[in-house]
Design a protein around this ligand. Structure first.
Ligand SMILES: Nc1ncnc2c1ncn2[C@H]1C[C@H](O)[C@@H](COP(=O)(O)OP(=O)(O)OP(=O)(O)O)O1
Ligand SMILES: Nc1nc2c(ncn2[C@@H]2O[C@H](COP(=O)(O)OP(=O)(O)O)[C@@H](O)[C@H]2O)c(=O)[nH]1
Length: 227
């Protein structure tokens, strides 16, 4: 069996994590994991952690670390036979440390996108809340304006994506991401990509991953359960 590959994608809101991880998943056959989607699934299924997470999200807060790790780490531990790419986790140093003690990451992609670009993209971002599918009125518009391509349901614009909320979100991202980025830099697994267009960044990510994702059989690796 081919060696498994575990990666994380990081970046401020609107930096293209969702868009790029979708491309990576398709091109390299990794399972794409999204903390936001996972929380939404748990809320929909009314799990204990989902009910708890909802109380924070409704107030526009991050879900506390212990709830996030309780939700996500068991899921990762189950994925002993899949290569995966995680979007949205870790979001704090405590989450990064918990992930660290659960499994070895092979690579971290960090997206570095100028503020003006983020602002423009998010003011044009529309989402289908039930599935998390993301559109942009210029870059990847839906087939029918204002409607999700698959379900036909209405798209919404999140309050968080409005310019007045964005400044605070970016400041928060910078503060919490810095120690995580430093940690991954010190481990030698951080790769940073800068630019204003996903289509120009993508070839660099594509060629990096082509050299890193093994196609031949080596050893099987596992995420080990937390003590
Ligand atoms: N790792 C995490 N730690 C704490 N809360 C989280 C985490 N991941 C997601 N959440 C919570 C807070 C988010 O507002 C909510 C939805 O997450 P997500 O779908 O990633 O959207 P987002 O709008 O925060 O991200 P982005 O704008 O970067 O795409 O879930
Ligand atoms: N104009 C433009 N929009 C983009 C580009 N890349 C992504 N987007 C859009 O920008 C928004 C944010 O991208 P998303 O992948 O959701 O970023 P995330 O918040 O980091 O997950 C979405 O509406 C995307 O469709 C790009 O190169 N140009």
């Amino acid at each position: 069996m081919a060696k498994l590959f575990r990666a994380v994608i990081m970046g401020p809101p609107g930096s293209g994590k969702g868009t790029i991880s979708e491309r990576i998943a398709q091109r390299f056959g990794l399972t794409r994991l999204s903390s936001g989607d996972f929380i939404r699934e748990n809320i929909a299924a009314n799990t204990d952690a989902g009910v708890l997470a909802k109380t924070y999200i409704e107030r526009g807060l991050l879900v506390p670390d212990h709830v996030m790790t309780r939700l996500l780490l068991p899921r990762l531990e189950e994925m002993t036979r899949h290569s995966w790419l995680m979007d949205g986790f870790p979001r704090t140093l405590a989450q990064a440390e918990a992930l660290n003690s659960t499994c070895d990451l092979d690579l971290v992609i960090s997206l570095n996108i100028p503020y003006e670009t983020l602002k423009e993209r998010l003011s044009d971002r529309w989402i289908h809340p039930a599935s998390g599918r993301v559109y942009n009125m210029g870059f990847n518009p839906p087939h029918v304006q204002g409607r999700d391509d698959i379900s036909g349901e209405p798209l919404i614009q999140q309050d968080d994506d409005k310019p007045e909320a964005l400044v605070a979100r970016l400041r928060h991202y910078k503060d919490v991401a810095k120690p995580i980025i430093d940690l991954y830099k010190s481990k030698g697994i951080l790769h940073t990509f800068s630019g204003t267009e996903t289509d120009r960044i993508w070839p660099y990510i594509n060629s990096l991953l082509s050299t890193k994702i093994p196609s031949t059989s080596q050893t099987d690796t596992q995420c080990i359960p937390m003590p």
